[in-house]
Design a protein. Structure first.
Ligand code: 5AD
Ligand code: SF4
Length: 473
């Protein structure tokens, strides 16, 4: 009894102490400003919104000018060597500010932090803090350590962390479109890819917290959400008592039901996992956008095998056929890697002929870049000469440009439902928005309609990247 009372009292004192510390912490950080810059995939941009939320809870404010910041974070990407190079160059600019202002805290977050760990602090002496993608909750501690004059590192990966309860602070938002992270990590082990090493094991976020986030966004006036995951089709969440279990098609449906006025997009789909159930759910709800990002990587079965993609050319074509059958007119985009290890000319031709088969609306195209520690780096020689990779990539890019243009032309003469994003970059007399297929549509401003509203636009002409039209009465 006595012991309990004492410990309760101690507990209360400790709690008061904690409250005081929190107050101090907030006070200490009150006038402090955070600048955060993100590189790489949408997931990184989404993570930066989690980081901003955690830092604002500590009392920080955000700033869009790094020169007036007390803490500068760079959220990094490791996917290709040139992505890392770009980050290092930018980091040099930040650390040069630190030379003049030694109080500035410079932090490296994300995939490069995870890949290089404490080595980063040796390589870049002016960096103070290194934080991996699963360790952002530890930021209050890490910043304290730095304030006490130490360097700080946390790159622990987690099997559970989904930041489900952290409300992202929307950065650089137009108030209309937002990302919702639905899962983290990747279990696929594509042989070229560093992501499973930098983002850890796959885990799915609580479905209720996802739907709640979509509802909150809708209530705040957002009209488009993009559900994000490295491999959304393997989303699988069950409640603790096992009474509720949700797969990706079911999650998509729950988010679509938030409001018919809320557009739902998602990325990325893996060809081995995308199910007919997902395609049927897409066809059932008008507000689920008819756009699928389905990375092919290569059109050749032997290359797909050594990439460890676990599907072959025929399987991929079968999935495209299913999309065409269930969702006629659905846009398909892709990722393609040119010059993977041992790729022959004939195998490269298979990629080009796959492009002819699908006629992608859009493609992200890359030269293979060997990443340390990946299965491909261990198993195969990066043996395709740079100039051959470049030439193959050029052939792929040229073909894609023709296909993009062909797909754009096919939309001319049609009336399309467009969500207005804001003014066009080129002229305040025009609005820019996107149609269901995610193509940008430009049309003259009509004061009856505001950004965030839907409007029907008759497409009159196009360039390779943009549709141009007028409001259809
Ligand atoms: N080299 C080139 N491209 C890569 N990607 C992933 N890893 C590499 C690499 N080592 C591409 C893939 C993937 C996209 C996100 O980046 O096409 O789908
Ligand atoms: Fe990388 Fe493959 Fe996972 Fe995509 S699915 S993140 S390419 S390992």
């Amino acid at each position: 009894m006595f012991n309990t009372q004492v410990s309760e009292k101690e507990h209360d004192e400790a709690r008061q102490g904690e409250a005081l510390m929190l107050e101090n912490k907030t006070e200490k950080n009150d006038a402090r400003r955070l600048y955060i810059e993100s590189y790489g995939c949408a997931m990184n941009f989404s993570d930066s919104e989690i980081v901003a939320s955690i830092m604002m809870d500590m009392g920080f404010q955000t700033t869009s000018d790094y020169k007036e910041a007390d803490v500068v974070f760079i959220n990094t990407c490791s996917i290709r060597e040139n992505a890392e190079q770009r980050v290092r160059n930018r980091l040099k600019e930040f650390t040069s500010v630190k030379v003049k202002n030694p109080g500035l805290i410079v932090g490296v977050l994300g995939c490069m932090a995870e890949r290089l760990k404490a080595k980063f602090l040796e390589e870049e002496k002016l960096v103070d803090v290194v934080v991996g993608p699963d360790a952002y909750r530890d930021l209050p501690n890490l910043i304290d350590k730095v304030d006490d004059g130490n360097k700080a590192v946390n790159v622990l990966l987690s099997r559970e962390e989904t930041y489900a309860d952290v409300s992202p602070v929307r950065l650089n938002s137009n108030g209309i479109s937002a990302f919702i992270s639905i899962m983290r990590g990747c279990d696929n082990m594509c042989s070229f890819c560093v992501v499973p090493f930098t983002r850890g094991r796959e885990r799915s976020r609580d479905a209720y917290s996802i739907v709640k986030e979509a509802e909150d966004l809708y209530d705040q006036g957002y009209r488009e959400v993009t559900l994000l995951g490295q491999n959304v089709d393997s989303y699988k969440w069950s409640s603790e008592d096992g009474s509720d279990s949700v797969n990706f098609a079911q999650l998509l449906e729950r988010v679509a039901l938030v409001s018919p006025e809320l557009r739902v997009r998602f990325s990325t789909s893996h060809p081995k996992d995308i199910t007919d159930e997902v395609l049927f759910t897409m066809s059932k709800y008008e507000n689920i956008c008819k756009y699928i990002h389905l990375p092919v990587q290569s059109g050749n079965s032997r290359i797909l095998d050594i990439m460890n993609r676990t599907y072959d050319r025929e399987w991929y074509k079968g999935r495209v056929d299913a999309i065409r059958r269930i969702l006629p007119g659905c846009a398909i985009s892709t990722d393609i890697i040119a010059g993977f290890c041992t790729e022959t000319e004939e195998e490269h031709q298979d990629t080009l002929s796959m492009m002819d088969y699908v006629v992608y609306d859009y493609a992200y195209m890359f030269m293979y870049s060997e990443r340390p520690g990946t299965l491909a780096a261990k198993r195969f020689e990066d043996d395709i000469p740079e100039e051959v990779k470049k030439r193959r990539l050029t052939e792929i890019v040229d073909k894609q440009q023709q296909h993009s243009h062909r797909n754009m032309l096919a939309q001319v003469g049609k009336v399309q439902k467009v969500l207005i994003d804001g003014y066009s970059k080129k002229s305040k007399n025009d609005y820019a928005g996107r149609n269901d297929l995610n193509a940008t549509v430009i049309f003259p401003v009509d004061e009856r309609f505001k950004p965030g509203e839907y409007v029907n636009v008759l497409v009159e002409r196009c360039t390779t990247a943009t549709l141009i039209g007028k409001i259809a009465e």
